[in-house]
Design a binder for this molecule. Structure first.
Ligand code: FES
Length: 110
């Protein structure tokens, strides 16, 4: 059984359009998920990095929400354009992308 170095959860929760909480699905989380899966596979990271769909991560206003373990780093307002940077810096290089983090006190991105 292989063990992953990093596990990435992407919220793909969907709510009706009139729900005041909004949802990550409406912010194109499916495209973020597809890009993450496609790029990690293309870069040969399939055995090291696992990308999974998640239900609501309770950060709806900050969606698209992503959390990366084992570090427990939270990213918010992630778009497809941010994915390659997350892969390169964090999933490969081990250094979180500070500008997208929402788990830091006083995070400017929030
Ligand atoms: S809908 Fe994505 S965090 Fe709640």
């Amino acid at each position: 059984m292989s063990r992953f170095e990093r596990h990435v959860f992407v919220c793909v929760n969907e709510r009706p359009g009139d729900d005041p909480r909004g949802c990550c699905s409406a912010k194109d989380s499916a495209a973020v998920l597809d890009r993450l899966k496609g790029e990690t596979h293309r870069r040969g990271l399939k055995g090291k990095v696992r990308i999974n769909k998640a239900g609501c991560l309770d950060q709806c206003a900050l969606g698209v929400s992503i959390v990366v373990y084992p570090e427990g780093v939270w990213y918010g307002r992630v778009t497809v354009a941010d994915v390659d940077e997350i892969i390169e810096k964090h999933l490969v290089g081990g250094v979180p992308v500070e500008r997208l983090r929402t788990d830091l006190q006083g995070a400017s991105h929030v």
